[in-house]
Ligand binder design. Structure first.
Ligand SMILES: NC(=O)c1ccc[n+]([C@@H]2O[C@H](COP(=O)([O-])OP(=O)(O)OC[C@H]3O[C@@H](n4cnc5c(N)ncnc54)[C@H](OP(=O)(O)O)[C@@H]3O)[C@@H](O)[C@H]2O)c1
Length: 305
């Protein structure tokens, strides 16, 4: 049976370090670090994610502010809000919560954020620094994935890492981080041929595609490390036909409660083959928030200098 890569334990350790870092940095009456979250519209999933972020801020001592704009807000209105936060001396981190209403251009808006306050790491400035192998503010989910491996003493140097998914949030920045850590990396996407065979060659398999139970146990090389970034809410057992046989307790949970979070990997099948595996929920998810706190402290310290 695979060993669990517990994201809750790892994220608590990171949050504890951030809390201690803030106590040290704010002695002699320095102001607290500040994080601003811009939310456009009322996407229910966004409300949940923003709630997690604001609670995490409170728990470590970061001052946080939520800026709500109506779903009808124009590009100009969102840019004005970003400009105001760019100028604010009490704000060290700015993030625009995704997804945005379809009429808004997310990349254009994110590019407007002052790179020194870009705690999501999506501005061209920080993405370039990531590709150059320099320091900067980098995307939280892949940062969290790398920290989780590090904290569990899983070396990536020389290993074949396979990433499923090439999004700007996960797959692409993770590629740069893995290359920097001297892994040999294959990035796959929806046009990739022979996906199962490629996955079977992975020493470390990262799944970030957003499809419940897409990766079957037979796709995993015996002893591989499996990191499941996917978070998918399913409400109908027909969406996860494999679950009844491989995870009967979770299947009953789905039937009884009418909803369940599952990853992109069939956990019950994969845990019998892998050496290490992340659960969903409780794997990569908590680390994303912890790395956001860590990035905010980093931005604060850099700006304070
Ligand atoms: N744990 C966390 O904190 C966290 C953070 C972010 C995202 N997530 C989760 O991670 C998952 C992915 O998120 P995302 O934002 O990266 O998604 P995304 O922007 O929709 O990207 C999905 C990627 O998966 C690829 N893909 C889709 N179907 C595929 C298939 N059949 N075979 C191979 N590749 C396929 C797509 O390929 P193409 O490029 O060819 O379309 C795309 O590159 C979601 O479940 C999301 O909820 C979790």
């Amino acid at each position: 049976m695979a060993q669990l890569l517990d994201g809750k334990i790892a994220s608590q350790k990171i949050l504890d370090m951030v809390r201690e870092g803030i106590v040290t940095s704010t002695q002699f009456n320095f102001r607290k670090p500040g994080l601003a979250v811009i939310v456009v519209g009322d996407n229910p999933a966004s409300q949940v994610y923003v709630g997690h972020k604001l609670r995490a801020c409170e728990s470590v001592g970061i001052f946080s502010k939520e800026y709500r704009l109506p779903a009808s807000a124009s590009m100009e209105e969102v840019k004005l809000a970003i400009d105001e936060l760019n100028r604010s001396p009490n704000i060290d981190g700015i993030l625009v919560q995704m997804p945005l209403p379809p009429h808004l251009d997310a990349i254009d808006l994110v590019t407007r954020i002052d790179p020194s306050k870009d705690v999501d790491g999506f501005t061209p400035h920080n993405l370039t620094r990531l590709l150059q192998g320099r320091t900067g503010l980098f995307p939280c989910t892949p940062l969290g994935v790398m920290r989780l491996l590090e904290m569990n003493n899983i070396a990536v140097r020389g290993k074949h890492a396979v990433i499923l998914g090439r999004s700007l949030i996960v797959g692409r920045p993770l590629l740069a981080m893995l290359l920097d850590a001297n892994a040999t990396v294959t990035v796959t996407h929806s046009h990739t041929e022979h996906l199962k065979e490629i996955c079977q060659t992975a020493d470390i398999l990262f799944a970030a595609i957003g499809r419940p139970g897409f990766v079957e146990g037979s796709w995993i090389k015996p002893g591989a490390v499996v990191v499941d970034v996917g978070i998918n809410r399913v409400t109908n057992p027909s969406e996860v036909p494999y679950l009844k046989a491989s995870e009967p307790e979770r299947y009953s949970q789905l039937v009884n409660k009418g909803s369940l979070l599952v990853g992109d990997v069939r956990f019950g099948e994969a845990e019998k083959i892998a050496s290490f595996i992340t659960p969903v929920p409780g794997g990569v998810g908590p680390l994303t928030v912890a790395m956001l706190m860590s990035n905010t402290l980093h931005a604060y310290r850099t700006r304070k200098k």
